[in-house]
Design a protein around this ligand. Sequence first.
Ligand SMILES: [Zn+2]
Length: 253
Amino acid sequence: MKAELQQLVALQNLDTSIRKLQLELEAIPTRRAEIEAEFDRRAFEIRALETARDDARHSRSQLEIEVSEQKTRAERAERNLMSSKKQDEYTAAIREADAARKQISTLETQILEKMEALEKAEASLTERADEVASLNSDREARLKSFDDETREQATRLAASRAERERLINALPKAMGADYNRISKRIRDGIAVAEARNGACMACFMALRPQAMAQVRRGDEVITCENCNRILYYAPAESASTNPAPAQPKVAHT
Ligand SMILES: [Zn+2]
């Protein structure tokens, strides 16, 4: 019986780690999507910077073409001014030259703005040059290591399940069935609880002294009257030498 209770505790520990692995595996699609979203966000930012840089560059050359057109217009107006014979020709030439100069001044302000935008975008891209260069390979590497980790967890889970089968089959049939029944009914799946200091360590209900004595003897399966878990007793010396005994969490059932 004592050996069987030890097997139950081992089974319980295994089930706890199986449950943890399952939760991790269930969270994988979400975690993978988060990694992809993070890389998408960075790629989007970089594309936006590149677009801003290209747009500024293009606008600047367009504005420069317009400036040279306005300079031609101003020169023509200056020539007309020199050759004007009549007052109205003279006035028209002055007005034309003024308009062209005003236009040039506006265009030059716009060119300065485009140059600032261009410098800003280029500076940001220079700052992130390493990231830009390796973004795609970083993404692939990050996802690959995530997928490797996932496969490893799935392998561990399969191995743990096989080990669980082995442990269940090694138990007397009725005991294995009891364990499975209790484990399924209890929300956290902890079917085995340590009895210590006269209480169940899962629900903290005090045990009758006779029940505690029976658990200590370990000749039969004793369950907690409150939470129905199978109780086992770990002698104090083994509990103190083993820092992580099978100690179930408190369940709110
Ligand atoms: Zn209990």
